[in-house]
Ligand binder design. Structure first.
Ligand code: 4AD
Ligand code: MG
Length: 462
């Protein structure tokens, strides 16, 4: 007999009531008395468990009373309604095959389930309720992201992981080499001679697909990327990892205001999709991870995001009646405490736009004031900056002069500059940190708990 998915038992209950079904999965809990017992089985297809009732009529009744957490079993039985009980239905077992009795050393037991501990059990934590919810939401959100762009005429581009292009600063990129690091490196004029390396020049692992994305935007009009992104920054915070996933749309004939419209529409689409498709998971996160989550997400769907100039954000911070660890500066970045204050002040997502040019990237459009660039960050409560984007400098001469000012080598990026010679257009794009989005949607407070195997400074376990 083929196994039925527990998800179908929940979603299409009527099709199965009073039928014999087989399910296969893992034991979450077992309780038993002298003559009967209950197993909570999870088969991975659904957030909720299926209750299985077994009794002494089964020849392996004794064996079943000794089942351990995470044992794998295959069960056949009669699927019946349970009027007035906590669960709407249960399976009355006629046969239970214990495929693997999990060792009693199984480390995840009720008494030790802190997120810190579970990070040390990253290979087993997807079996817990929290991580089952988080990682199913991750999957559903990823699909909704593709869906949004595909439905809106964007072309999906796979930008390279290995690159020599400097987008967000080469200092933050991981270096890639096949030179033998156990031996002295080949030198030329006192510098490492990368002509002897595999690509004949120094190569990196990408910290952004944007520059390549822009080349495709000038061919397809609207494109997006969705892929792994690596940064070597030594940041030990709850919102940084060295490996994360980024979504980078790039849109031709689109200015900063239109970009914000797209960001807002896109974020609402993804949040709505998750609310609709993961009701059990969101309800769990609301109850056990972040109280008021559902209300927060619903509010987002019905709100208009605030749009604030960086200068006005600093004014607001300076006026606040409180002491800062980092004094807000007109020429400076926003610290975590500032982001928190601003999003709490407006009680929702806030676009901060028109940033001082000196703290932003070379490719951003210089505003007519000569001091700010047409950049925009979307700040949300909890996760902080989830999207960073800008209108791009479309003028060849201005771009070259910004690159020179900021010490960005122009020669290797001749192809990026070519875009300003052959059909330049006003265009914009943004990057969404997928894990930051997931923190926002699930209410999880640490980025390490929304990515399957987090890579952070001093941690590359598993
Ligand atoms: O602001 P960032 O550095 O912007 C870019 O990379 C642009 N090239 C994007 C573009 O315009 N196409 O990064 C974009 C987003 C941030 O807003 C944040 O959500 C996420 O990527 N991010 C990180 N997430 C986790 N860990 C890190 N170390 C991150 N650094 C950035
Ligand atoms: Mg940024």
């Amino acid at each position: 007999m083929n196994s039925t998915l527990v998800k179908d038992l929940y979603r299409k209950t009527g099709d199965y009531i009073n039928n014999n079904v087989q399910v296969a999965g893992w034991v979450r809990t077992v309780r038993s008395s002298k003559s009967f017992g209950f197993i909570e089985l999870n088969d991975g297809s659904f957030f909720k468990n299926l209750q299985i009732v077994f009794d002494e009529k089964l020849d392996n009744f004794e064996e079943l009373t000794k089942l351990t957490i995470s044992s794998s079993i295959i069960v056949q039985g009669l699927f019946v309604k349970t009027e007035g009980a906590k669960q709407p239905f249960e399976l009355h077992a006629t046969k239970v095959e214990v495929f693997n009795l999990a060792d009693t050393s199984y480390p995840i037991q009720k008494k030790n389930t802190s997120f810190e501990f579970l990070r040390t059990q990253a290979h087993l934590r997807p079996r817990t309720n929290t991580f089952s919810a988080v990682f199913r939401i991750r999957s559903v959100a990823a699909f909704a992201i593709h869906e949004y762009f595909q439905n809106n005429g964007y072309v999906y581009v796979n930008t390279p992981i290995i690159t020599c292009a400097d987008c967000e600063g080469s200092a933050e990129m991981f270096k890639l080499t096949t030179l033998d690091l156990t031996k002295p490196l080949p030198l030329k004029d006192g510098q490492t001679d990368f002509t002897q390396d595999i690509f004949g020049k120094q190569a990196f692992i990408t910290g952004s697909g944007q520059l390549h994305g822009e080349t495709f935007a000038q061919a397809f009009g609207k494109i997006y990327t969705f892929g792994p992104t690596l940064r070597s920054e030594n940041s030990n915070t709850k919102t940084h990892t060295n490996e994360f996933w980024m979504i980078e749309p790039e849109i031709s004939f689109c200015d900063l205001d239109e970009l914000m419209d797209i960001e807002e529409d896109f974020l609402k689409y993804v949040v709505k999709a998750v609310l609709e498709r993961c009701p059990e998971e969101i309800a769990f996160c609301d109850k056990f991870i972040s109280n008021g989550l559902t209300e927060k997400l619903n509010k987002l769907l019905n709100s208009t995001f605030v749009r604030l100039d960086h200068k006005d954000a600093i004014d607001l911070l300076k006026k606040a009646d409180r002491k800062w660890e980092f004094e807000p500066e007109y020429g400076g970045d926003l610290a975590k405490e500032h982001e928190k204050y601003i999003t709490e002040y407006f009680n929702g997502p806030v676009f901060v736009k028109n940033w001082p040019k000196d703290i932003k990237s070379y490719y951003m459009k210089l505003n007519s004031d000569g001091k700010t660039v047409a950049a925009v960050d979307l700040e949300v409560p909890g996760a902080g900056e989830i999207m960073g984007g800008s209108q791009r400098e479309e003028n060849y001469d201005k771009l070259v002069s910004r690159m020179k000012e900021m010490n960005i080598a122009t020669d290797p990026l001749y192809w990026y500059l070519d875009l300003r010679k052959y059909g330049s257009d006003i265009h914009s794009g943004f990057g969404l940190g997928f894990e930051r989005l997931l923190m926002y949607i699930t209410g999880m407070e640490n980025i390490r708990d929304v990515i399957p195997y987090p890579r952070t400074p001093k941690n590359c376990d598993f």
